[in-house]
Ligand binder design. Structure first.
Ligand SMILES: Nc1ncnc2c1ncn2[C@@H]1O[C@H](COP(=O)(O)OP(=O)(O)OP(=O)(O)O)[C@@H](O)[C@H]1O
Ligand SMILES: [Mg+2]
Length: 360
Protein backbone atom coordinates (compact mmCIF):
# COMPACT_ATOMS: atom_id res chain seq x y z
CA UNK A 1 0.00 0.00 0.00
CA UNK A 2 1.30 3.53 -0.72
CA UNK A 3 1.23 4.81 2.86
CA UNK A 4 1.15 2.30 5.65
CA UNK A 5 2.20 4.08 8.85
CA UNK A 6 2.27 7.80 9.45
CA UNK A 7 3.37 9.83 12.44
CA UNK A 8 3.26 13.55 12.87
CA UNK A 9 4.57 15.85 15.62
CA UNK A 10 3.77 19.53 16.07
CA UNK A 11 2.29 20.10 12.61
CA UNK A 12 -0.32 22.92 12.70
CA UNK A 13 -2.83 21.99 15.42
CA UNK A 14 -1.62 18.35 15.64
CA UNK A 15 0.66 17.90 18.66
CA UNK A 16 1.20 14.22 18.06
CA UNK A 17 -0.57 11.68 15.88
CA UNK A 18 0.14 8.13 14.84
CA UNK A 19 -1.99 6.39 12.22
CA UNK A 20 -1.97 3.09 10.41
CA UNK A 21 -3.85 3.29 7.14
CA UNK A 22 -5.92 0.81 5.18
CA UNK A 23 -4.59 -0.03 1.71
CA UNK A 24 -7.82 1.24 0.13
CA UNK A 25 -10.30 3.31 2.08
CA UNK A 26 -9.71 5.67 4.99
CA UNK A 27 -11.98 8.30 6.48
CA UNK A 28 -11.05 11.12 8.85
CA UNK A 29 -14.01 12.88 10.40
CA UNK A 30 -14.44 15.64 12.94
CA UNK A 31 -16.05 19.06 13.42
CA UNK A 32 -14.83 22.33 11.90
CA UNK A 33 -11.32 23.35 12.97
CA UNK A 34 -10.62 19.92 14.50
CA UNK A 35 -7.55 19.25 12.32
CA UNK A 36 -8.80 17.23 9.31
CA UNK A 37 -7.17 19.41 6.66
CA UNK A 38 -4.06 19.71 8.87
CA UNK A 39 -3.73 15.92 8.84
CA UNK A 40 -4.04 15.71 5.04
CA UNK A 41 -1.65 18.63 4.69
CA UNK A 42 0.89 16.83 6.90
CA UNK A 43 0.61 13.66 4.78
CA UNK A 44 0.91 15.67 1.56
CA UNK A 45 3.91 17.54 2.98
CA UNK A 46 5.63 14.21 3.56
CA UNK A 47 5.10 13.31 -0.11
CA UNK A 48 6.00 16.70 -1.58
CA UNK A 49 8.19 18.61 0.84
CA UNK A 50 5.81 21.55 0.69
CA UNK A 51 2.27 22.58 1.59
CA UNK A 52 -0.42 21.83 -0.98
CA UNK A 53 -2.17 25.05 0.10
CA UNK A 54 0.96 27.06 -0.68
CA UNK A 55 1.36 27.92 3.04
CA UNK A 56 4.87 29.00 4.09
CA UNK A 57 6.59 26.14 5.90
CA UNK A 58 7.30 28.18 9.06
CA UNK A 59 3.53 28.71 9.54
CA UNK A 60 3.03 24.95 9.71
CA UNK A 61 4.97 24.46 12.94
CA UNK A 62 2.48 24.17 15.81
CA UNK A 63 2.22 27.42 17.78
CA UNK A 64 4.64 27.26 20.70
CA UNK A 65 6.70 24.39 19.23
CA UNK A 66 10.10 24.81 17.57
CA UNK A 67 9.87 22.24 14.78
CA UNK A 68 7.60 19.72 13.11
CA UNK A 69 8.53 16.15 12.30
CA UNK A 70 6.72 13.79 9.91
CA UNK A 71 7.43 10.12 9.27
CA UNK A 72 5.89 7.54 7.04
CA UNK A 73 6.36 3.99 5.86
CA UNK A 74 5.52 3.72 2.19
CA UNK A 75 5.35 0.74 -0.10
CA UNK A 76 7.29 1.50 -3.27
CA UNK A 77 6.09 -1.61 -5.09
CA UNK A 78 8.93 -3.93 -4.15
CA UNK A 79 9.71 -2.94 -0.57
CA UNK A 80 8.85 -0.64 2.30
CA UNK A 81 10.66 2.70 2.44
CA UNK A 82 10.84 4.98 5.45
CA UNK A 83 10.60 8.69 4.69
CA UNK A 84 10.91 11.56 7.12
CA UNK A 85 10.79 15.34 7.09
CA UNK A 86 11.87 17.67 9.89
CA UNK A 87 11.42 21.41 9.74
CA UNK A 88 13.29 23.33 12.41
CA UNK A 89 15.03 26.71 12.67
CA UNK A 90 17.94 25.16 10.77
CA UNK A 91 15.61 24.55 7.82
CA UNK A 92 14.09 21.50 6.17
CA UNK A 93 15.73 18.08 6.49
CA UNK A 94 14.59 15.18 4.35
CA UNK A 95 15.41 11.55 5.12
CA UNK A 96 14.85 8.50 2.97
CA UNK A 97 15.67 5.15 4.59
CA UNK A 98 17.84 6.91 7.16
CA UNK A 99 19.89 8.87 4.62
CA UNK A 100 19.68 12.65 4.45
CA UNK A 101 18.79 13.74 0.92
CA UNK A 102 18.74 17.11 -0.82
CA UNK A 103 15.51 18.26 -2.46
CA UNK A 104 12.00 16.88 -2.27
CA UNK A 105 12.02 14.91 -5.54
CA UNK A 106 12.97 11.72 -3.66
CA UNK A 107 9.86 12.07 -1.47
CA UNK A 108 7.65 12.40 -4.54
CA UNK A 109 9.17 9.24 -6.00
CA UNK A 110 8.54 7.23 -2.84
CA UNK A 111 5.06 8.61 -2.13
CA UNK A 112 3.37 9.85 -5.32
CA UNK A 113 0.11 11.48 -4.35
CA UNK A 114 -2.65 13.72 -5.61
CA UNK A 115 -5.00 15.98 -3.70
CA UNK A 116 -8.57 17.13 -4.21
CA UNK A 117 -9.44 19.90 -1.79
CA UNK A 118 -12.22 22.51 -1.73
CA UNK A 119 -9.98 24.89 -3.74
CA UNK A 120 -9.54 22.37 -6.55
CA UNK A 121 -11.70 24.42 -8.94
CA UNK A 122 -8.67 26.78 -9.20
CA UNK A 123 -7.17 24.21 -11.53
CA UNK A 124 -9.90 25.31 -13.95
CA UNK A 125 -10.66 28.88 -12.86
CA UNK A 126 -7.18 29.96 -11.73
CA UNK A 127 -4.15 31.05 -13.71
CA UNK A 128 -2.09 28.89 -16.10
CA UNK A 129 0.67 28.16 -13.54
CA UNK A 130 -1.64 25.63 -11.79
CA UNK A 131 -2.25 23.84 -15.07
CA UNK A 132 1.45 23.80 -15.97
CA UNK A 133 2.16 22.27 -12.53
CA UNK A 134 -0.50 19.68 -13.27
CA UNK A 135 1.08 18.56 -16.53
CA UNK A 136 4.59 18.78 -15.08
CA UNK A 137 3.60 16.46 -12.22
CA UNK A 138 2.60 13.75 -14.70
CA UNK A 139 5.75 14.36 -16.75
CA UNK A 140 7.93 14.09 -13.62
CA UNK A 141 6.58 10.58 -13.01
CA UNK A 142 6.35 9.20 -16.53
CA UNK A 143 9.09 10.98 -18.54
CA UNK A 144 12.63 9.85 -17.81
CA UNK A 145 14.88 12.81 -16.94
CA UNK A 146 12.06 15.36 -17.02
CA UNK A 147 12.98 17.05 -13.73
CA UNK A 148 16.49 17.62 -14.99
CA UNK A 149 15.26 19.01 -18.32
CA UNK A 150 12.79 21.25 -16.54
CA UNK A 151 15.46 22.57 -14.16
CA UNK A 152 17.85 23.30 -17.04
CA UNK A 153 15.07 25.12 -18.85
CA UNK A 154 14.19 27.21 -15.75
CA UNK A 155 17.87 28.10 -15.34
CA UNK A 156 18.17 29.14 -19.00
CA UNK A 157 15.02 31.27 -18.66
CA UNK A 158 16.30 32.93 -15.49
CA UNK A 159 19.66 33.66 -17.05
CA UNK A 160 18.11 34.99 -20.24
CA UNK A 161 15.82 37.27 -18.19
CA UNK A 162 18.78 38.46 -16.11
CA UNK A 163 20.69 39.24 -19.34
CA UNK A 164 17.66 41.18 -20.65
CA UNK A 165 17.56 43.21 -17.41
CA UNK A 166 21.25 44.03 -17.75
CA UNK A 167 20.67 45.10 -21.36
CA UNK A 168 23.26 42.53 -22.46
CA UNK A 169 24.76 42.59 -25.95
CA UNK A 170 23.16 40.72 -28.84
CA UNK A 171 25.93 38.09 -28.74
CA UNK A 172 25.58 37.50 -25.02
CA UNK A 173 21.82 36.99 -25.40
CA UNK A 174 22.29 34.67 -28.37
CA UNK A 175 24.27 32.35 -26.06
CA UNK A 176 21.34 32.08 -23.62
CA UNK A 177 18.87 31.75 -26.50
CA UNK A 178 20.56 28.54 -27.64
CA UNK A 179 20.21 26.86 -24.23
CA UNK A 180 16.68 28.25 -23.81
CA UNK A 181 15.54 26.86 -27.17
CA UNK A 182 17.20 23.48 -26.67
CA UNK A 183 15.84 22.85 -23.17
CA UNK A 184 12.54 24.57 -24.04
CA UNK A 185 11.90 22.02 -26.78
CA UNK A 186 12.73 19.14 -24.43
CA UNK A 187 10.15 20.36 -21.92
CA UNK A 188 7.63 21.09 -24.67
CA UNK A 189 7.98 17.68 -26.33
CA UNK A 190 7.72 15.85 -23.00
CA UNK A 191 4.54 17.77 -22.17
CA UNK A 192 3.04 16.92 -25.54
CA UNK A 193 3.74 13.21 -25.06
CA UNK A 194 2.24 13.36 -21.56
CA UNK A 195 -0.85 15.07 -22.85
CA UNK A 196 -1.31 12.45 -25.56
CA UNK A 197 -1.46 9.67 -22.93
CA UNK A 198 -3.61 11.70 -20.51
CA UNK A 199 -6.35 12.72 -22.95
CA UNK A 200 -7.97 9.28 -23.38
CA UNK A 201 -8.09 8.80 -19.59
CA UNK A 202 -9.56 12.29 -19.21
CA UNK A 203 -12.23 11.64 -21.84
CA UNK A 204 -13.33 8.44 -20.05
CA UNK A 205 -13.33 9.91 -16.56
CA UNK A 206 -14.84 13.19 -17.78
CA UNK A 207 -17.70 11.32 -19.43
CA UNK A 208 -18.30 9.36 -16.21
CA UNK A 209 -18.25 12.48 -14.00
CA UNK A 210 -19.92 15.08 -16.20
CA UNK A 211 -21.82 12.98 -18.71
CA UNK A 212 -20.33 14.92 -21.61
CA UNK A 213 -17.18 15.30 -23.63
CA UNK A 214 -14.19 16.74 -21.82
CA UNK A 215 -10.92 17.33 -23.56
CA UNK A 216 -7.77 19.39 -23.22
CA UNK A 217 -5.65 21.12 -25.79
CA UNK A 218 -2.07 22.11 -25.17
CA UNK A 219 -1.19 25.74 -25.79
CA UNK A 220 2.55 25.67 -26.13
CA UNK A 221 3.30 29.27 -25.15
CA UNK A 222 4.33 30.62 -28.54
CA UNK A 223 2.85 30.88 -32.02
CA UNK A 224 2.49 27.39 -33.53
CA UNK A 225 3.51 28.52 -37.02
CA UNK A 226 6.95 29.69 -35.84
CA UNK A 227 9.92 27.97 -34.25
CA UNK A 228 10.92 28.99 -30.74
CA UNK A 229 14.14 30.49 -32.12
CA UNK A 230 12.10 32.57 -34.60
CA UNK A 231 9.79 33.97 -31.92
CA UNK A 232 12.76 34.89 -29.73
CA UNK A 233 14.31 36.86 -32.61
CA UNK A 234 11.01 38.47 -33.58
CA UNK A 235 10.20 39.37 -29.95
CA UNK A 236 13.62 40.66 -28.96
CA UNK A 237 12.65 44.37 -28.74
CA UNK A 238 9.59 43.60 -26.63
CA UNK A 239 11.57 41.21 -24.38
CA UNK A 240 14.17 43.96 -23.88
CA UNK A 241 11.47 46.49 -23.05
CA UNK A 242 9.78 44.20 -20.53
CA UNK A 243 13.06 42.66 -19.28
CA UNK A 244 11.44 39.22 -19.51
CA UNK A 245 11.04 36.48 -22.10
CA UNK A 246 7.48 36.71 -23.39
CA UNK A 247 7.20 33.47 -25.38
CA UNK A 248 8.13 29.88 -24.61
CA UNK A 249 7.08 26.86 -22.52
CA UNK A 250 6.98 29.08 -19.39
CA UNK A 251 3.82 30.56 -20.96
CA UNK A 252 2.20 27.21 -21.82
CA UNK A 253 -1.37 26.49 -20.77
CA UNK A 254 -4.00 23.81 -21.06
CA UNK A 255 -7.19 24.82 -22.77
CA UNK A 256 -10.09 22.86 -21.40
CA UNK A 257 -12.77 21.92 -23.85
CA UNK A 258 -16.14 21.17 -22.34
CA UNK A 259 -19.18 20.97 -24.55
CA UNK A 260 -17.18 22.89 -27.12
CA UNK A 261 -16.99 25.93 -24.90
CA UNK A 262 -14.17 27.01 -22.73
CA UNK A 263 -14.82 25.45 -19.36
CA UNK A 264 -13.12 28.16 -17.31
CA UNK A 265 -15.75 30.75 -18.15
CA UNK A 266 -18.89 28.77 -18.53
CA UNK A 267 -19.29 26.10 -15.91
CA UNK A 268 -20.73 26.37 -12.41
CA UNK A 269 -18.53 25.90 -9.34
CA UNK A 270 -19.79 22.34 -8.83
CA UNK A 271 -19.05 21.54 -12.46
CA UNK A 272 -15.66 23.20 -12.18
CA UNK A 273 -14.93 20.94 -9.24
CA UNK A 274 -16.00 17.85 -11.19
CA UNK A 275 -13.96 18.94 -14.18
CA UNK A 276 -10.89 19.52 -11.99
CA UNK A 277 -11.49 16.13 -10.33
CA UNK A 278 -11.61 14.52 -13.79
CA UNK A 279 -8.18 16.05 -14.49
CA UNK A 280 -6.75 14.87 -11.17
CA UNK A 281 -8.15 11.35 -11.50
CA UNK A 282 -6.90 11.09 -15.10
CA UNK A 283 -3.40 12.14 -13.98
CA UNK A 284 -3.54 9.60 -11.15
CA UNK A 285 -4.63 6.84 -13.56
CA UNK A 286 -1.83 7.64 -16.02
CA UNK A 287 0.92 7.74 -13.39
CA UNK A 288 -0.42 4.65 -11.64
CA UNK A 289 -0.43 2.63 -14.83
CA UNK A 290 3.07 3.87 -15.72
CA UNK A 291 4.55 3.06 -12.30
CA UNK A 292 2.57 -0.17 -11.97
CA UNK A 293 1.59 0.58 -8.38
CA UNK A 294 -1.22 2.24 -6.47
CA UNK A 295 -0.99 5.96 -5.71
CA UNK A 296 -2.32 7.86 -2.72
CA UNK A 297 -5.31 10.13 -3.28
CA UNK A 298 -6.16 12.68 -0.59
CA UNK A 299 -9.75 13.96 -0.68
CA UNK A 300 -10.36 16.92 1.63
CA UNK A 301 -14.11 17.26 2.13
CA UNK A 302 -15.05 15.71 -1.24
CA UNK A 303 -18.73 16.41 -0.54
CA UNK A 304 -18.20 20.21 -0.55
CA UNK A 305 -20.12 21.93 -3.39
CA UNK A 306 -21.37 18.66 -4.88
CA UNK A 307 -24.94 17.40 -4.94
CA UNK A 308 -25.42 13.78 -3.90
CA UNK A 309 -25.51 12.47 -7.51
CA UNK A 310 -22.28 14.25 -8.36
CA UNK A 311 -20.61 12.98 -5.20
CA UNK A 312 -21.74 9.42 -6.00
CA UNK A 313 -20.27 9.71 -9.51
CA UNK A 314 -17.03 11.16 -8.18
CA UNK A 315 -16.58 8.42 -5.60
CA UNK A 316 -17.43 5.70 -8.16
CA UNK A 317 -14.65 7.04 -10.39
CA UNK A 318 -12.28 7.16 -7.40
CA UNK A 319 -13.10 3.55 -6.48
CA UNK A 320 -12.55 2.53 -10.11
CA UNK A 321 -8.97 3.84 -9.88
CA UNK A 322 -8.15 1.29 -7.19
CA UNK A 323 -5.73 3.60 -5.38
CA UNK A 324 -5.33 4.29 -1.66
CA UNK A 325 -7.79 6.97 -0.55
CA UNK A 326 -7.74 9.11 2.58
CA UNK A 327 -10.85 11.30 2.71
CA UNK A 328 -12.11 13.80 5.27
CA UNK A 329 -15.69 14.54 6.19
CA UNK A 330 -17.63 16.54 8.76
CA UNK A 331 -20.13 13.73 8.89
CA UNK A 332 -18.99 10.20 9.89
CA UNK A 333 -22.12 8.64 8.40
CA UNK A 334 -21.54 9.96 4.90
CA UNK A 335 -21.15 6.88 2.70
CA UNK A 336 -18.23 7.46 0.37
CA UNK A 337 -16.88 3.95 -0.16
CA UNK A 338 -18.30 0.55 -1.18
CA UNK A 339 -16.86 -1.00 2.00
CA UNK A 340 -16.55 0.45 5.50
CA UNK A 341 -13.34 2.51 5.57
CA UNK A 342 -10.76 2.56 8.35
CA UNK A 343 -12.07 5.50 10.31
CA UNK A 344 -10.33 8.10 12.46
CA UNK A 345 -11.93 10.78 14.59
CA UNK A 346 -10.19 14.15 15.02
CA UNK A 347 -11.14 16.52 17.81
CA UNK A 348 -9.05 19.57 18.79
CA UNK A 349 -5.98 18.13 17.11
CA UNK A 350 -6.26 14.65 18.71
CA UNK A 351 -6.62 11.73 16.32
CA UNK A 352 -8.19 8.46 17.47
CA UNK A 353 -8.91 5.39 15.39
CA UNK A 354 -12.51 4.21 15.66
CA UNK A 355 -12.30 0.46 16.09
CA UNK A 356 -16.01 0.22 16.78
CA UNK A 357 -18.69 2.80 16.11
CA UNK A 358 -19.23 3.43 19.82
CA UNK A 359 -15.48 4.06 20.40
CA UNK A 360 -15.72 7.47 18.67
N1 LIG B 1 0.66 26.56 13.24
C1 LIG B 1 -0.47 26.27 13.91
N2 LIG B 1 -0.43 25.95 15.24
C2 LIG B 1 -1.56 25.62 15.91
N3 LIG B 1 -2.79 25.61 15.36
C3 LIG B 1 -2.88 25.91 14.04
C4 LIG B 1 -1.74 26.25 13.26
N4 LIG B 1 -2.14 26.49 11.98
C5 LIG B 1 -3.48 26.33 11.98
N5 LIG B 1 -3.93 25.98 13.20
C6 LIG B 1 -5.31 25.70 13.64
O1 LIG B 1 -5.64 24.38 13.33
C7 LIG B 1 -7.05 24.24 13.44
C8 LIG B 1 -7.53 23.16 12.54
O2 LIG B 1 -7.52 23.57 11.20
P1 LIG B 1 -7.94 22.61 10.01
O3 LIG B 1 -7.94 23.42 8.79
O4 LIG B 1 -7.10 21.39 10.03
O5 LIG B 1 -9.44 22.20 10.45
P2 LIG B 1 -10.50 21.29 9.70
O6 LIG B 1 -10.84 20.17 10.64
O7 LIG B 1 -10.03 20.93 8.35
O8 LIG B 1 -11.75 22.27 9.64
P3 LIG B 1 -12.89 22.46 8.51
O9 LIG B 1 -13.93 21.41 8.76
O10 LIG B 1 -13.41 23.82 8.79
O11 LIG B 1 -12.26 22.36 7.16
C9 LIG B 1 -7.62 25.63 13.18
O12 LIG B 1 -8.27 26.08 14.35
C10 LIG B 1 -6.38 26.47 12.92
O13 LIG B 1 -6.49 27.77 13.43
MG1 LIG C 1 -10.68 21.48 6.47
Amino acid sequence: MPLNKFTCTDFRCLASAELEFDAHYNLIFGPNASGKTSLLEAIAYLGRGRSFRGAPTQNLVRHGASEFVLFGKADTGTRETVIGVRNSREGLEIHIDGETVAGAAGLAEVLPLQIVDPDIHNLIAGGPAERRRYIDWIAFHVERGYLDQWRRFRRALKQRNAALKENASHDALAGWDKEFVETGYEVHEARRRVLAITRPALRDIGAALLGSTVDIEYQQGWSTDKSLAQVLTAGMDRDRQLCATQAGPQRADLKLVYDERQARRLVSRGQQKLLACALILAATAVVQSHLGRALLLLLDDPAAELDSDSLTRLMAAVVELDCQVIATSLNPDLVLFPQPPRTFHVEQGDVVECTAKESC
